[in-house]
Design a protein. Structure first.
Length: 184
């Protein structure tokens, strides 16, 4: 699977991406709002295996979710990741997620990738709604979500056991209808 935009190529992860992806994720600022820390090559190899396994499991459950590497088309460098997956606190909802190496920040790349994945979710996967959870301090991710049309709905004050990481996160969502309705 491949999604192309004007400047980006998004594609499923492959094992051979591990070293370059590790380099792209070497800046601790990426993990400021995530439960993980700066990964090693072994961590990334395991992550890629987990992405593949999660995609396989999701497809068995009727959802062909995505865990995609983001490449800069011109330089062919890995920039980050983006995709759709079941939202852990409410697994029947599908969540958009993303992360980008700071070397590529503040140039609209994350918005471009996230918008393409949102379109894919609604047009190819025929989802009715896409959601996101984000730490309220994560202003950059909130800006991306709002630029692609997601709206703040609530702060998550209760979550199922095992999902404590999401407590206090802001919950955003957009419906397919809202996404496809022309803006006035």
């Amino acid at each position: 699977m491949k999604i192309l935009t004007g400047r980006l190529k998004l594609t499923h992860f492959k094992s051979e991406y591990a070293e370059e992806f590790t380099q792209a994720l070497s800046d601790p600022r990426i993990f400021r709002y995530l439960p993980e820390s700066v990964p090693t090559v072994v961590d990334i190899q395991n992550l890629i295996r987990n992405f593949k396994a999660r995609d396989l499991q999701n497809s068995k459950e009727g959802f062909t979710g995505t865990n995609l590497a983001i490449f800069h088309r011109e330089s062919r460098k890995i920039m980050g990741w983006c995709g759709l997956q079941p939202f852990e606190p409410v697994p029947d909802k599908k969540e958009i997620f993303f992360g980008l190496s700071p070397a590529w920040w503040n140039r609209g790349y994350m918005t471009e990738a996230a918008a393409a994945v949102l379109d894919y979710g609604f047009n190819a996967l025929h989802l009715d709604e896409i959601v996101a959870g984000v730490k309220p301090e994560n202003k950059a991710s909130i800006a991306v979500l709002e630029k692609i049309g997601l709206l703040f709905r609530q702060t998550l004050e209760t979550v199922p056991p095992g999902c404590e990481f999401y407590l206090g996160e802001h919950f955003y969502s957009i419906t397919k209808e809202a996404h496809t309705t022309p803006k006035a």
